[in-house]
Design a protein around this ligand. Sequence first.
Ligand code: ADP
Ligand code: NI
Length: 215
Amino acid sequence: MERERVLSRATEFARAFHEGEASGHDWPHIERVVRMARRLAAAEGADPFVCELAALLHDVADEKLNPSKEEGLARVREWLQAESVEAETAGHVMDIISTMSYGAGENTPMRTAEGRVVRDADRLDAIGAIAIARTFVYAGWKGHPIHDPALPPREQMTREQYRHGKTTAINHFYEKLLKLKRLLHTETAKTIADERHRFMENYLEQFHKEWNGDA
Ligand code: ADP
Ligand code: NI
């Protein structure tokens, strides 16, 4: 009962925080990550309460939505304290949230099964049909073009191109999205990712054909 109360309070808190967000961290993203975290937790034998709580709160601390990473994490920590979430659970949730982001280092090991579940659930939302939509929304929000054959993926950019900090929506697939499948932790997520990954590859193949007037 206490757990249900904490989850419904966390839902209200996260919804209020993310509502109206246009950077790819909108409330429906959180809802999808929560649903996937529940599914992965059940399949992987992880604690569903910790997984769901961490999934609900994971982007409240996001660097893009806070003045700094530290202030983002403090926002979550203070909320957990204010809601009197027991210390062990609060510590576990903070540990997951502070280590899970892609920016924190793509191969930072997650210490617990719950951490692996929540990170995989978040990463799965960046692979597949919905991920394609999120990528174009994000690129539009940043003012990046859809595609520019003269601008290669970041790894291959000249120093001058890199310095301008510009990329394109299509480049983002090569810079990040197509790499995510290999970074997943759980077998359940890897299986789900296979089909989504293939969908993105097919999409890109068709995109380039149309771009060149071949399809
Ligand atoms: P996370 O939810 O793991 O914190 P990000 O904050 O990196 O992910 O990104 C949120 C969404 O925006 C993802 O779907 C991601 O693919 C997309 N995105 C991030 N950076 C870019 C970019 N430079 N161009 C296009 N899409 C991006
Ligand atoms: Ni997220």
